[in-house]
Design a protein around this ligand. Structure first.
Ligand code: ZN
Length: 120
């Protein structure tokens, strides 16, 4: 699969409000960032999958602006095993281990993956 095909598929999947990721058919490694080669075993036998959109906060940094509004920059580990940088939308503190759910937002005509904290 060519890189341009992967990027094109990612855009259409995100526009459909779903989160794409790549899975290596040779070693089953999963990853988010668009590459045409497996970063684990270097195979080019990849397939594009759709995540169920559930994950866990792996790392988080919270910034407060002058109005005390918080932005939670986080690394999310999805249940399918891959990680991506994103933002957790929450007025409450977000911690490592917080369970989150995907929320695709459209900004200036493009779709981006954000997350919201799941209530326990
Ligand atoms: Zn692989």
């Amino acid at each position: 699969m060519r890189l341009s095909e992967i990027i094109s598929s990612y855009k259409s999947t995100l526009m459909a409000k779903k989160l794409p990721f790549l899975r290596c058919r040779a070693c089953s490694y999963t990853f988010y960032y668009t590459r045409d080669i497996c970063p684990h075993c270097h195979s080019r036998d990849l397939e594009i999958m759709e995540s169920k959109g559930l994950g866990t906060v792996f790392s988080v940094t919270t910034l407060l602006n002058k109005e005390k509004q918080r932005t939670n920059y986080a690394i999310i580990e999805l249940d399918e095993g891959f990680r991506l940088y994103s933002t957790v939308i929450s007025d409450k503190p977000v911690e490592i281990g917080t369970r989150v759910s995907l929320k695709i937002l459209e900004i200036d005509g493009s779709s981006y993956p954000f997350f919201v904290a799941l209530k326990n």
